[in-house]
Design a binder for this molecule. Structure first.
Ligand SMILES: CC(C)(COP(=O)(O)OP(=O)(O)OC[C@H]1O[C@@H](n2cnc3c(N)ncnc32)[C@H](O)[C@@H]1OP(=O)(O)O)[C@@H](O)C(=O)NCCC(=O)NCCS
Length: 412
């Protein structure tokens, strides 16, 4: 695999009978089909494969072979916004799958090891993923880092209250125009929450594939405020008489209250719709407060969104901001032991230290704390943080506190 970017010799290790190596771009389709098979989905047709071309970033897919490909995972490069607003190098990990006749013999573990070796070589600070199951990833140091809610609005009864801000202009775009314009629009929008990530052409290629393959047409509307485009929504409507007609929101991005209100004003006014459904929204998104009767908005799920692995704990801790007096944390990292140690964390920065620790926690609990998804005192109550000094959990609550809820919002 000479010449592929990003991978050194570390990746060329093999278990006794399996070869673990970077995939050549010519092998990406086989990897996609293998992964789809692990999700019980059919292979891609030529047409579907063509629609998704460009979604696999070269040099970022790894395969496990025993003569043929039997396991795979991949990642997308991105930048992650951390509390305080700085951005750090991120790997968006996805398409993790091992063929069903080769599971539970350590293949995913070897693929993960190879991937972390690559991350270390490239200076990746954190890795994030959406997990299919809750028991898979904490053994590798991933912890639930952002939470989300899904909600539904009864559009037949919902009405905006009089104080909802006046809105700008909504323009509907044809799909191909939208797929051309949205990347630039998203790039120009500030990240309003920690946990948000940049989207490369590889991510947009996957999004385009999903939109083009949707059974119901994907519709894009852009909101323009006084200073130009400041929000957009992508949605589809499913009408199957006699069932209620459901508008499903695929994307909803906005940078200010006017855009939030303008997009909802439009969405609530779409004809021939009985219900609007959202998935994986920020836990503090105040959609119900736009309505005269907040009960017309129902939270249907409250759950994890992303799992994050702090690959370089020192760099990750140093990148975010803090509030209040400093604390020493002892971090335990069984899978990447170089991260283990004590860190003095404060408003003036982060450094490794020999001072005694006030709290001890593993890297999984640290990921839960890092974006403010969970408080140290709650983690202590659940036995996930060890309190070594009285009052340290409450001090850590303040130290890691964030103003708005963290949220990723970029599904991959
Ligand atoms: C999840 C998956 C990739 C695991 O691959 P694998 O090669 O069997 O994993 P490993 O053999 O390296 O397992 C390592 C450990 O994780 C555990 N584990 C793996 N998958 C698990 C799962 N789905 N649930 C619970 N534990 C799991 C194994 O039991 C093993 O535990 P041990 O070390 O105590 O023995 C594979 O089962 C798969 O392809 N599943 C379907 C697709 C999927 O869900 N992919 C994830 C998308 S986010």
């Amino acid at each position: 695999m000479d010449g592929l970017p990003g991978f050194g010799q570390a990746i060329m290790r093999s278990m006794s009978e399996y070869e673990i190596r970077t995939l050549d771009p010519a092998e990406h389709r086989a990897a996609a089909d293998l992964f789809r098979g692990t999700l019980h989905l059919k292979d891609l047709t030529d047409e579907e494969a063509e629609r998704g071309r460009g979604s696999y970033q070269p040099g970022r897919s790894i395969g496990a072979f025993d003569g043929e490909l039997v396991g795979t995972l991949r990642s997308l490069d991105a930048e992650l916004t951390v509390p305080g607003g700085r951005r750090v190098p991120l790997a968006g990990v996805t398409s993790v799958g091992v063929r069903s006749d080769r599971t539970r013999r350590g293949l995913m573990t070897e693929l993960m090891r190879a991937q972390f070796a690559d991350f270390a070589e490239r200076g990746v600070v954190a890795a994030t993923l959406y997990a299919s199951e809750g028991l898979i990833y904490s053994r590798f140091g991933y912890g639930i880092s952002t939470l989300s809610k899904s909600y539904s609005i009864n559009t037949r009864r919902a009405q905006l209250h009089d104080g909802v801000p006046a809105s700008g202009e909504i323009t509907r775009l044809p799909l191909e125009t939208a797929l051309e314009q949205l990347p630039k629009l998203y790039e120009a929008m500030p990240h309003t929450r920690a946990g948000m990530m940049t989207r490369t052409s590889y991510w947009w290629a996957g999004f385009g594939q999903m939109c083009r393959q949707s059974d119901d047409p994907m519709i894009t509307v852009v909101h323009r405020g006084e200073d130009g485009p400041d929000g957009f929504a992508v949605y589809s409507v499913r009408r199957r008489w006699p069932d209620p007609a459901v508008l499903s929101i695929e994307a909803l991005e906005y940078t200010n209250p006017g855009a939030f209100a303008g997009l909802w004003r439009y969405l609530l006014g779409v004809d021939l719709v009985d219900e609007i459904r959202t998935l994986f929204r920020p836990v503090d998104e105040p959609a119900e407060l736009l309505l005269t009767d907040p009960r017309q908005c129902t939270v249907t799920r409250y759950e994890e969104e992303c799992w994050t692995r702090l690959v370089d704990v020192e760099a990750a801790l140093a990148a975010r901001t803090y509030t209040g007096p400093p604390l020493v944390l002892e971090v335990v990292d069984a899978f990447l032991p170089a991260n283990s140690g004590r860190y003095r964390i404060g408003e003036d920065g982060v450094a490794r230290t020999d001072e005694p620790a006030a709290l001890r926690l593993d890297v999984v609990a640290l990921a839960m704390l890092y974006f403010g998804a969970r408080q140290a005192s709650a983690l202590a109550t659940a036995g996930r943080v060890e309190v070594l000094e009285p009052g340290a959990a409450e001090a850590a609550d303040l130290l890691f506190s964030t103003r708005v809820a963290a949220w990723c919002g970029t599904f991959f």
